[in-house]
Design a protein. Structure first.
Length: 263
C-alpha cells in the first residue's frame, strides 16, 4: 500500500530523515512571510536581473518555487514594459538563469526540478494561450532543450559546505556533518561557480564551436517525447513526471510523490 503525498504540504518525510539529515521542509506560509519581509527593504529585488538567488538546502522546493514565481512575474512585467520580443520566453529563461539550488538528497532535487518545470509550462501556456504541452513544446524545441538543460544545471545534487569551499577546505567542511561527510566520500567536491550559468556555459561552447552534450541530450529527449519513445532517459525523470503529451487534452500535473505507508 502506498500514500500519495502533496509536496506543498509535506513538512517532513520521516522521523529518521529528521535525525539523519535534519530535514524539515519550510511550510509555504512561512516561505511567503519571509519573502514578503525581504521585499520590504528592497523594492526592485524581483525585477533586478543582476540579483542571484541561492537556496543551499532546497528540499523539495518550497522556497525555490516561491522565488521563481516572483521573479517570473516581475521580469515578465518588466520585459513587456520594455517591449522585449518574446517576453514570456525571455522571462522564463532569465529567471532560471539567476537562480541556484542544491540539496544533498537526489530525490529532493528531482521533486524541485519537476515543480519548477511545471511552473514554467503552466506560465507559458497561460501567456501564449496554448492549450497543451504538445503544442507548446513544438513551437520552440530548441528553447525547451535549453530550459531542461538549465534546470539540471542550476538545480543539482550537492553538499552545501563543500560546494561553497575551495578545494583545500572542501573535505574538512563537509566533515562538519555526518551526512555531509558521507556524501563527500561518495561524490567528491563540486564547487559552485555562480558566474558559470547555463547561458554562460553554452556561450563558451559556441565560442569554441562545440555543442554541449547536455543540450544535445535534452533535444533528443524532446524529440523522443514527440515520437512517443521516452524509455530510458533516466536523468529526465523529473520532466517525465510533469509532461503528459497528448495533442487533444490538457496534461495533468503529477506533483505528488509516492511514499511507503508509515514513512
Amino acid at each position: 500500500m502506498s500514500l500519495g503525498v502533496d509536496l506543498e504540504n509535506l513538512y517532513y518525510r520521516s522521523k529518521s530523515r529528521i535525525k539523519d539529515f535534519g530535514e524539515v521542509f519550510t511550510p509555504e506560509k512561512y516561505v511567503e512571510d519571509m519573502l514578503n519581509l525581504l521585499s520590504k527593504d528592497t523594492n526592485d529585488l524581483w525585477f533586478d536581473e543582476e540579483t542571484v538567488f541561492f537556496e543551499p538546502c532546497c528540499g523539495h522546493g518550497n522556497i525555490v518555487i516561491s522565488i521563481y514565481k516572483r521573479r517570473l512575474t516581475a521580469i515578465y512585467k518588466k520585459a513587456l514594459f520594455q517591449g522585449i520580443c518574446d517576453a514570456a520566453f525571455y522571462s522564463v529563461a532569465n529567471s532560471i538563469n539567476t537562480l541556484w539550488a542544491i540539496d544533498i538528497d537526489y530525490k529532493n532535487i528531482e521533486n524541485c526540478r519537476s515543480r519548477v518545470l511545471s511552473v514554467i509550462l503552466d506560465f507559458l501556456k497561460t501567456q501564449l494561450k496554448v492549450n497543451n504541452d504538445f503544442d507548446l513544446l513544438s513551437r520552440k524545441k530548441d528553447f525547451f532543450a535549453h530550459i531542461l538543460s538549465a534546470i539540471k544545471w542550476h538545480i543539482s545534487e550537492n553538499e552545501t559546505l563543500s560546494a561553497l569551499s575551495n578545494p583545500q577546505d572542501a573535505k574538512a567542511n563537509a566533515n562538519l556533518t555526518k551526512a555531509g561527510a558521507k556524501w563527500f566520500v561518495q561524490n567528491g567536491h563540486h564547487q559552485l561557480n555562480f558566474n558559470l550559468t547555463w547561458a554562460a556555459f553554452f556561450h563558451s561552447c559556441q565560442v569554441n564551436k562545440t555543442i554541449p552534450l547536455e543540450y544535445q541530450r535534452s533535444l533528443r529527449f524532446i524529440e523522443a517525447i514527440f515520437s512517443a519513445k521516452i524509455r530510458g532517459f533516466e536523468d529526465f525523470e523529473f520532466a517525465k513526471s510533469v509532461i503528459e503529451m497528448t495533442k487533444t487534452q490538457q496534461p495533468v500535473r503529477k506533483l505528488s510523490e509516492t511514499l511507503p505507508a508509515g514513512a
